[in-house]
Design a protein around this ligand. Structure first.
Ligand SMILES: [Zn+2]
Length: 121
């Protein structure tokens, strides 16, 4: 277990992530409702081509947003598992402790800043 982290701090982080997860799930539901493709009349409507293009763009944007949110949920689930395993707060790549301000900001962070930047390249 990361010795810097008190049980209290970890409890806080867990609550934060559980709250975030609920919010994200609601957000996904909202996005799905706004997806023009979820409209049951869509397939049968004979809208002009430009409307279809706009709907396609709207659908793609919403789908991309949903994917991002789902990835965050996976990260949160992973972080919650790490709390149980006692590896929370440790960078998955280099095994060094992730700086506290970073996990306060992003409780589900999987990597330290250095590794995260390397992965983005
Ligand atoms: Zn690292």
């Amino acid at each position: 277990m990361d010795k810097r982290l008190s049980k209290q701090f970890i409890d806080q982080q867990r609550k934060k992530m559980e709250e975030d997860k609920k919010k994200i799930l609601l957000h996904i539901e909202e996005l799905k409702k706004n997806d023009p493709f979820s409209d049951p009349d869509h397939a049968s409507d004979n809208a002009a081509v430009d409307t279809d293009v706009r709907e396609q763009v709207g659908h793609d944007t919403i789908e991309a947003q949903i994917k991002d949110l789902q990835r965050r949920i996976l990260d949160i689930d992973l972080a919650l598992k790490k709390i149980l395993k006692g590896t929370y707060g440790i960078c998955e790549k280099c095994g060094e402790p992730i700086p506290l301000p970073r996990i306060e900001l992003i409780p589900e962070a999987r990597f330290c800043v250095v590794c995260e930047e390397q992965l983005r390249k």
